[in-house]
Design a protein around this ligand. Sequence first.
Ligand SMILES: Cc1cc2nc3c(=O)[nH]c(=O)nc-3n(C[C@H](O)[C@H](O)[C@H](O)COP(=O)(O)OP(=O)(O)OC[C@H]3O[C@@H](n4cnc5c(N)ncnc54)[C@H](O)[C@@H]3O)c2cc1C
Length: 404
Amino acid sequence: MSDSKKKIAIIGGGASGMTAAITASRGNAIVTVFEINSVPGKKICATGNGKCNFTNDLLNVTRYRGGNTEFAKTAVSRFGVSETLKFFEEIGITPKKKGEYVYPNSEEAKSVQKALMLTMESLGVETVFEKVSEIKRTEKGFIVNNRVFDKVIIACGSPAGLKKDSGFNGYELVKSLGHRVTPVFPALVQLRFTDKYSKTLSGVRHEGLITLFSDGKEMASDYGELLFTDYGISGIPTMQISRFAGECLEKKRDVKISIDLFKDLSEKELEAELKKRMSLNRTAEDCLTGLLNHKLNYVLLLKLNIDPEAPASKAFKKDSAEKLASLMKHLEFHITGTNPLESAQVAAGGADLSEIAPETMQSKKVPGLYFAGEITDVDGPCGGYNLQWAWTSGYIAGDCAAKG
Ligand SMILES: Cc1cc2nc3c(=O)[nH]c(=O)nc-3n(C[C@H](O)[C@H](O)[C@H](O)COP(=O)(O)OP(=O)(O)OC[C@H]3O[C@@H](n4cnc5c(N)ncnc54)[C@H](O)[C@@H]3O)c2cc1C
């Protein structure tokens, strides 16, 4: 009865693997998911601070990065946001929009993982809780953990967010099948710099515009709440630009960030405000009270060698307002690195896109081999882009593997 049905092995029961499993099973294939953890979709439960920002209503495909920026565009044109919302509505996930970010109405990431798992179960998808360490190609088909399959979908994800000793072997599996893996580095991650005031600033939050420069050229910028830490800087805008920092650091290029602490004021307007404050009969530090977080005020003065404790009349010089305004508009730090993959939400790099067809997610080198999710050299910004990539590529791989 089942002889004409394709037997498909999916390596990895995460976001893309589960989508592929459901889609392939609906396409009449016999599906086995191999998952190293004792439950599928563990990473999904950690997404969006436990709320799972699973897609983006205003998804802009040009924001995906990787070796071929057209790749995600082609795939998303086949299975994009509206198809994703329909897919999830059908399995019980009612969407809730917060601006352009889309969450489940439950605001529980676990409900997304559970709905996927229940759907897989109801379709009769077999889940085997084993690590896959080898995929062999024989005349009979692919051998995975001593079982024979017609097709294989590699959906192992990435080491981002995993413990250092997780034993992640996805890239080895990709390479063992003759595919190239482009350099992998953390994306959506905190940035590190050395500054003698980092410890003082640690914990300070401020809404600012952060811009990344490499060898003097502007690479990316983003606005929002920045968080100063003892190792450098965090917060969503930092994460958004971090991918570009990671790439430049990989290429051993010089990387710098510049923070505009007052996006809506010109340098001249800020200077005028500072001059007013500097005429007060207070200490230098107290003149700035209420302008910025007190720790930022304090550090900015120290950076200009102005004694915070001294009376304003003595502490400030003729050009102090101009210098302080300039520093507040261009607070610069030299980036020494990113935090490691364990701290990142996503890994940039992965299976080389020139060897995969975006219309099918099938290997151009090995017939019957497919890829889905973050294992590929595609990454996107915060805001539901990366899960959308998992659903998109998982759907296409599952659908095409079942049909092909
Ligand atoms: C803290 C955090 C928050 C995030 N928040 C968001 C968010 O809100 N929105 C968003 O869009 N993206 C978010 N992401 C990114 C998103 O979770 C990933 O891009 C997405 O899960 C990738 O899907 P995937 O299927 O490729 O990989 P995964 O979901 O990681 O699934 C891969 C699966 O493969 C299994 N596996 C790996 N190797 C093997 C092997 N050899 N044998 C058997 N099984 C194996 C793994 O255990 C895992 O279950 C976040 C990531 C992190 C870490």
